[in-house]
Design a protein around this ligand. Structure first.
Ligand SMILES: Cc1ncc(COP(=O)(O)O)c(C=O)c1O
Length: 457
């Protein structure tokens, strides 16, 4: 098939996620053809380092034959088994057990989903059921952070705090509340970590008291905010917020869909913060994007309350593809790869990535560099003193993305001039160095754009 006809077929039939449909029709799809390690190749043969691991999900990198084998073997043996009617499959049971072994604290119970959005959606259902079981169904208000992302389900998109997920969708619901992000680079409390923590603690307490603690069910948080622009809280921030939750008897949901599975170093970012939440949501790196799967981790306390509350009655939550055996077989193999060198390599590569991005700080466009492990961002400004964002006309999400692409690098270019990095953990030193070199070239070219140059301080 000619690539032109593929482009036409895409234009006519395939709806793309979070896209301007008309804009996409004009632009046309770019078809990716193959990948190996950290390198992806498009239909034209153009090769790029995938600095974003697909959609921050291909943590293991591309082309692992052992993952392909694990999936094929499971497909041959038993391609599907339902979890309904008390049935099950070996890989799903083993994966649940392996995950529980490695999860922080008493997060011993795993509910498998198809991805992150339905993992978040499932937690909302479980949390409501939990409070019904306790006899306090009036605890039904949910709090999350501005700039937060918690998926695209009808309910989860209301916990998400990105305007494009709300406008036109009748969201958020009136039981979904937001408090400001820690966003250290632009926090009105200043840049001092302790001041940022104190300010976030105060706003969370104030919000809970405004709603009434007897009505607040849960607080949702990403250990590092991803889609809001890779916003890294100060050390101790998550722990301090957890203390507030405990004080007011509010459940903490750590949304680790991006941060899980080595993205920040350890298997789960919560361990960096020494926090054991009531729920953890994961997806992406769980199967490294080779097949779809997500997982809700539930604490003993929540599980037992729900189980005892329901007694002999069925808890009416389930999906046909929950605990899918092929996804679980992939999850087991991916976990083995993480623990046989990939996590370790990710830590080394992450340190090199952060050092490389730090070295870009002298570039006239770079206002901020932030990250942890293999999750990082730089924020571009035209005035470092005033932290002035790039002019909207510079259309960073298109122009800089395209330019990096042409330079052989895939990055996430956010609309506000933040460039996001989440490369596969398998990156070699030369992959990381290429990411930095190609970023510098992209920044130099952008600085030469007449509209950017004239906006510079
Ligand atoms: C923190 C977080 N939660 C939930 C989701 C939704 O996951 P999915 O796109 O797999 O539905 C994402 C996706 O990027 C995410 O970053």
């Amino acid at each position: 098939m000619l690539s032109n006809s593929l482009i036409e077929l895409d234009r006519a039939h395939l709806i793309h996620p979070v896209a301007s449909y008309r804009g996409h029709e004009k632009l046309g799809v770019r078809v990716l053809k193959s990948a190996k390690g950290a390198t992806v190749t498009d239909m034209t043969g153009h090769q790029m380092i995938d600095g974003f691991a697909g959609l921050w999900c291909v943590n293991a990198g591309y082309g692992h034959e052992s993952i392909v084998e694990a999936a094929a073997k499971q497909m041959r043996e038993l391609p599907y088994a339902t979890g309904y009617f008390s049935l099950g499959s070996e890989p799903a049971i083993r994966l649940a057990s392996e995950l529980a072994d490695r999860a922080p604290g008493d997060l011993n119970h795993i509910y498998f989903t198809l991805g992150g959005s339905d993992a978040v959606d499932s937690t909302v259902r479980f949390i409501r059921y939990y409070y019904h079981s306790l006899g306090t169904p009036e605890k039904d208000q949910f709090i999350s952070l501005e700039q937060g992302y918690h998926g695209s389900s009808t309910v989860g998109a209301g916990l998400t705090a990105l305007p494009v997920f709300h406008a036109g969708f009748g969201l958020p619901f009136d039981w979904q509340h937001k408090i400001p992000s820690h966003y250290a680079y632009r926090n009105p409390a200043g840049t001092d970590p302790q001041a940022i923590i104190a300010s976030s603690v105060a706003v969370l307490k104030a919000k809970i008291e405004e709603i009434g603690a007897e009505h607040v069910a849960a607080f949702y948080v990403e250990p590092i905010q991803g889609s809001g622009g890779v916003l890294v809280p100060p050390t101790g921030w998550l722990k301090a917020m957890h203390e507030v939750c405990k004080q007011y008897d509010v459940l903490l949901v750590a949304d680790e869909v991006i941060t899980g599975f080595g993205r920040t170093g350890p298997l789960f970012a919560c361990s960096d913060d020494d926090v054991v939440p009531d729920f953890m949501t994961t997806a992406k790196g769980l199967t490294s994007g080779y097949v779809p799967m997500g997982a809700v981790f539930m604490s003993d306390k929540v599980y037992n309350t729900i189980a005892d509350g329901a007694g002999a009655a069925a808890i009416g939550h389930g999906y046909t593809y929950s605990a899918h055996p092929v996804s679980a077989a992939v999850g087991l193999e991916v976990l083995r790869l993480y623990e046989n060198g990939l996590l370790e390599n990710g830590v080394k590569a992450g340190a090199r990535l952060m050092a490389g991005l730090e070295s870009l700080k002298d570039h006239p466009l770079v206002g901020d560099v932030r990250g942890r492990g293999m999750l990082a961002a730089i924020e571009l400004v035209t005035d470092k003193q005033k932290k002035t964002p790039l002019p909207a006309a510079a259309d960073p999400s298109r122009r800089i993305f395209d330019r990096a692409w042409d330079n052989g690098l895939v990055i996430r270019a956010f609309g506000n001039g933040v460039l996001g990095y989440a490369p596969p953990l398998c990156c070699t030193e030369s992959d990381i160095d290429a990411i930095i070199e190609r970023t510098r070239l992209t920044l130099d070219q952008t600085l030469n754009d007449p509209d950017v140059r004239s906006a510079m301080a």
